[in-house]
Design a protein around this ligand. Structure first.
Ligand SMILES: O=c1ccn([C@@H]2O[C@H](COP(=O)(O)OP(=O)(O)O[C@H]3O[C@H](CO)[C@@H](O)[C@H](O)[C@H]3O)[C@@H](O)[C@H]2O)c(=O)[nH]1
Ligand SMILES: [Mn+2]
Length: 574
């Protein structure tokens, strides 16, 4: 399928495929033999009413082996069709022809999520290598914190310096804290040794230090940091006095969004915040593609948007493509990483799913199609409004934004007319979702606290495919949880979210196969049921040892000579 102008290539990893399948068949055969032996043995004990062989330890070990075999079987779906991908962003159409992108960044609390880090994420997203008029960045502040609001305004002023500098010198690391701590100008590149560059870099570094000092001052002068009871506040951030000499820099749009929060009103955590951003951005920029970022995950490669577009603009896969997922990589991993903070065991699974209509959604670092989240396509002007209101809520303005070729007014009317702002505030109110399909069939789904896994599952069930791309230079870098306390809290939340799905009507083993391929549902099921291995772990850590002490045999006695004779007979026939 070589085509010199294709935007991306995928390749089946043939040697992995052969090894994986050999392993599946040999290991699968061994498991079947074990299960056959156990059932036979148990039946015999029961049949001859053997009182000398204790039944309980045998049953527990058999039960453990069955659970492990079940999880092993689900796991094999990941091995079925391993592929790797490559993109060619240099073949993309000219900037004018690129589609626009909205970036959603979520934060909740400036104490738990330090403002300086959140702003670094925001700055790196604003500085993405993408036409400025086609990039719109939305920061969702769930804490409604004045610290975050003021910090965004300061970040905007710093960006007036930072963006031209990045563009002029084609800076690769566009997150300031990462740029100034790992100096990429050490590269053997002439432009980095010019006196002009050195002077400019020094000036920008000073501006960054000044920006940090201002953030500290804001925090010092604030007493309340986050609230669970506040009105919505939506503001397009615009020119403050940045002090830049010639202010002609084209800047992406930056919008601060704090949705309404009320103490006894469900807010649906991050999924709720993302759905508000979907609605608000629908009226402001309405880009067909959306990048979602956690506040602690900055853009490490400014070309990620162009890399994602290599799939979205590929006419062969584009109509069905729901999202492009990049792996989460982390910058704060210790040498030994004893708790596997970098989730080494998870990412290969996502890559393997890529060969089976696509990886799961992993919460952050993905580009998603707005249409996939709305679950509707090509709505025409003569559409039945009442029907749409049942799904999308009462805002007619928002419903207009669903109609094909809708161009939002907000961008033209920079000052947001009063009417539009009023409508946007309604969209960001805590009760807007009530009696609509938001969170159920529209937007990010609320059913599980693991909104990413469950939303991705729904999209795949609805026929969308996804792509997993793991380029050599990580596109996004985040901070992982590294201490045991935080890891336990995080894993408990993740497992709770998966168990919610596993034992519901959405079980990937029942809901999945009717709507997606068996192999893909096995992958989703593996995530959902993997927690079950805690049972065999306990059993196998206790029962065999006790049996050994009491002289109970759990495994057949095999004498070497007998094995040799049996093998020779089978192979040589004598
Ligand atoms: O009510 C909330 C709760 C969280 N967040 C934001 O959501 C993001 C992720 O939340 P966090 O508490 O840091 O969860 P993690 O366990 O670190 O996140 C992982 O797991 C989540 C699912 O539970 C995914 O959504 C994330 O993308 C994934 O990185 C952060 O930016 C938060 O600010 C909100 O905006 N509102
Ligand atoms: Mn996090």
């Amino acid at each position: 399928m070589e085509n010199s102008l294709c935007l991306n290539l995928s390749r089946v990893k043939k040697s992995n495929l052969i090894i994986n399948k050999l392993h599946i068949f040999t290991h699968g055969f061994a498991l079947l033999a074990l299960i056959y032996y156990r059932t036979n043995f148990l039946f015999q004990i029961i049949k001859i009413e053997d009182k000398n062989t204790p039944l309980l330890p045998l049953a527990l070990v058999f039960f453990s082996e069955l659970i492990l075999s079940f999880v092993w079987l689900l796991n094999q779906a990941f091995q079925w069709n391993p592929i790797s991908r490559k993109v060619f962003p240099e073949r993309l159409p000219v900037n004018d022809k690129l589609p626009s992108i909205d970036v959603f960044i979520c934060t909740t609390n400036p104490i738990k999520e330090p403002s300086v880090d959140v702003m670094n994420t925001l700055i790196s997203a604003m500085a993405l290598d993408y036409p400025a008029d086609k990039l719109h960045v939305y920061l969702s502040d769930d804490g409604g914190s004045s610290v975050t609001f003021q910090a965004v305004k300061e970040a905007w002023k710093f960006l007036k310096w930072w963006i031209p500098f990045c563009r002029k010198y084609e800076v690769k690391t566009r997150c300031p804290v990462a740029y100034f701590s790992a100096d990429e100008s050490k590269d053997d590149n002439e432009k980095f040794s010019s006196t002009e560059f050195i002077a400019e870099k020094k000036k920008i570094e000073e501006k960054y230090e000044e920006f940090k000092r201002k953030l500290l001052k804001i925090i010092e002068n604030t007493s309340s940091f986050a609230s669970r009871d506040h009105d919505p506040l939506i503001q397009v951030i615009k020119d403050g006095n940045s002090g830049v000499d010639s202010d002609e820099t084209e800047m992406p749009l930056l919008v601060y969004v704090s949705r309404e929060k009320r103490p006894f009103h469900p807010h649906h955590f991050k999924a709720g915040a993302l759905n508000v951003l979907l609605r608000v951005s629908g009226l402001i920029s309405n880009s067909p593609y959306i990048l979602v970022l956690d506040c602690d995950m900055y853009c490490n490669d400014p070309t990620s948007a162009r890399q994602a577009m290599c799939f979205f603009l590929d006419s062969k896969i584009s109509p069905k493509l729901g999202f492009v997922q990049f792996p989460q990589k982390f910058h704060n991993i210790s040498e030994n990483d004893i708790y596997d903070s970098q989730l080494r065991s998870v990412w290969p699974k996502l890559e393997s799913m890529d060969g089976l209509r696509g990886s799961i959604l992993a919460g952050t670092g993905f580009y998603i199609k707005r249409e996939a989240l709305y679950g509707t396509s090509n709505i025409q002007e003569d559409v039945d409004l009442v029907q749409l209101q049942k799904s999308f809520g009462p805002s007619n303005e928002f419903i207009k934004s669903l109609i094909l070729n809708y161009k939002p007014n907000a961008l033209k009317d920079e000052d947001f007319s009063g009417l539009l702002l009023k409508e946007i505030k309604i969209l960001a109110s805590s009760s807007y979702d009530n009696n609509t399909k938001w969170g159920k069939e529209v937007g990010f789904r609320y059913f599980s606290v693991l909104e990413d896994y469950f939303t991705g599952f729904n999209l795949h069930c609805n026929g969308w495919i996804s792509v997993y791309l793991d380029p050599a230079r990580p596109c996004f870098l985040g901070s992982a949880t590294t201490n045991l306390n935080e890891i336990l809290v995080q894993y408990t939340r993740w497992v709770a979210g998966l168990v919610e799905v596993a034992f519901s009507r959405f079980s990937p083993l029942i809901y999945g196969p009717l709507r997606m391929s068996t192999l893909q549902s096995m992958c989703y099921a593996e995530f959902a049921y993997e927690f079950l291995i805690f049972l065999p772990i306990y059993c196998l850590a206790i029962v065999p040892q006790l049996c050994l002490l009491h002289g109970i045999h759990l495994y057949p006695k095999v004498r070497f000579e007998a094995l040799f004779v049996a093998t020779r007979k089978r192979l040589l026939g004598f």
